[in-house]
Design a protein around this ligand. Structure first.
Ligand SMILES: *Cc1c(COP(=O)(O)O)cnc(C)c1O
Length: 451
């Protein structure tokens, strides 16, 4: 990628190849079987069925090679079969698949907790609890904040996404497809405006946006009732919204002042995705609790809450846990993934990916008139598509772009409250040539959608 970044050896050839129309015949057979066996509520955005994946390539069952600009939603940052992850998983699984940490504990869990304490911001004693999914981590962060503060209210933001369990659905903003028909949702969750520079009044600073949100909290909830303020430092599903500088520090300071727990939901933006270990690091913000999942274990299901010892330890013994939380094989994968991020300087690669994305996609705004904004950090970048000349969301264009990319063998994802965002979450190990190839396909698709 650049001379200073370590060379990566790939198992699969890193080239895009589309043999025929997608989906191919084997994928179509599997889709027919799926319809008779899998619940309709579980949907997939790519019609090609996976057979193998490595580096920036997902190979399908019909011999096509797709460029992966999604990483299975920000999970396979180290690749879908990173050697260190594969080796550690194989070693772990050959000994024991499970004992349950709440029954017979094992070292891997502690090693992951030690590593997360070292990598997360904050020079104070920390504790970690491990779970399986991002939703579970967020839900547990709320559980932990309540007995610590002896308060109940949870403050969340417009466009937030925190998961699909009942508590986290209350915290998630968007009704379709996440919440529709699934209520009633958990109580004591209050939503306030986020900082969304593209849609906020021109020139609104982060501090002003924080005042707007916190005044609403003070008047409608009461500062003395707030157990936790939970925010994604860069919103994921809500549209890759990067708050104005100063917004996160102001929220954090308010929490300290009023005795509320400041929780950064780093499930999507964390673990090197944005070019720093955590997205809050870009502004030197030190949350009380951080939730991690997605990219932390190289594709194995693992999540955690990491934070200040006095907050984490305010829960009584036995109050936290779960049968599979911190599964030994998933912990082994996490140790392999974190080691890979360090050895291959994947934070450096994330920053390089941002440069390349900006180089390839920046001209689109002037060329097409439908790119309202190219934004993001590191390998978490997005195009917000709008109707020409304004800010009105253009979800049809986002859908058309994603579909056109797929036809050419490039996996992209859409997101956003208005469905008008094309987001890029490539594996951090993707090679420069393959990345540029995928981005050029994307750029062509945007130009065509504008015609
Ligand atoms: C994906 C996501 C979650 C939920 O994670 P799951 O593993 O799908 O339960 C929570 N918060 C954020 C910010 C996410 O991106």
């Amino acid at each position: 990628m650049s001379e200073t970044l370590p060379e990566i050896q790939y198992r699969l050839e890193q080239v895009r190849r589309v043999a025929g129309p997608l989906p191919g015949p084997r994928s179509q057979e599997l889709a027919a079987r799926r319809q008779r066996a899998v619940a309709a509520g579980v949907a997939s955005s790519v019609p090609a069925w996976a057979a193998d994946a490595d580096g920036g390539i997902v190979a399908d069952v019909d011999g096509n090679q797709l460029v992966d600009l999604g990483s299975g939603i920000a999970v396979t940052s180290v690749g879908a079969s990173a050697p260190a992850v594969v080796a550690r998983v194989q070693e772990a699984v050959a000994h024991f698949t499970h004992t349950c940490f709440m029954v017979t504990p094992y070292e891997g869990y502690v090693a992951v907790a030690e590593k997360l304490a070292e990598l997360t911001p904050g020079d104070f004693p920390k504790r970690t609890a491990l779970f399986n999914s991002g939703s579970e981590a967020v839900e547990n962060a709320v559980k932990i904040a309540r007995p610590h503060t002896r308060r109940q209210a949870v403050v969340v933001f417009d466009h937030a996404y925190h998961g699909r369990t009942n508590m986290t659905l209350a915290m998630t903003a968007k009704v379709q497809p996440y919440k529709q028909g699934f209520g009633p949702f958990a109580g004591e969750v209050y939503r306030v405006p986020v900082s969304y520079p593209f849609r906020d009044p021109e020139g609104m600073s982060g501090a002003e946006a924080a005042r707007r949100a916190l005044l609403q909290v003070e008047k409608q909830v009461g500062a003395e009732n707030v157990a936790a303020v939970v925010i994604e430092p860069i919103q994921g599903e809500g549209g890759f919204i990067v708050p104005a500088e100063g917004f996160l520090p102001a929220l954090s300071a308010w929490c300290t002042e009023h005795g509320a727990v400041f929780v950064a939901d780093e499930v999507q933006a964390g673990v090197a995705r944005t070019g720093e270990w955590f997205a809050v690091d870009h502004e030197g913000v030190v949350p009380d609790l951080i939730t991690v999942a997605k990219g932390v274990a190289g594709g194995m299901p693992l999540s955690g809450v990491v934070g200040r010892a006095e907050i984490m330890d305010s829960v009584h013994p036995g109050g936290l846990g779960g049968t599979y939380g911190g599964n030994p094989v998933a912990c082994a994968a996490a140790l392999g993934a974190l080691e890979t991020i360090e050895e291959w300087d994947l934070r450096g690669r994330a920053r390089r990916i941002e440069q390349i994305v900006r180089e390839e996609l920046e001209p689109l705004a002037a060329q097409t008139g439908i790119v309202g904004e190219l934004r993001g950090r590191g390998a978490m970048m997005a195009l917000e598509l709008v109707l020409p000349g304004g800010t009105e969301p253009h979800p049809e264009a986002a859908r058309a772009v994603a579909a056109a990319c797929l036809e050419q063998g490039v996996i992209t994802l859409t997101c956003g409250t208005y469905g008008n965002i094309v987001r890029l979450l490539p594996p951090l190990v993707i090679g420069e040539e393959l990345l540029r190839d995928g981005l050029r396909v994307l750029a062509d698709a945007v130009r065509r959608a504008a015609q």
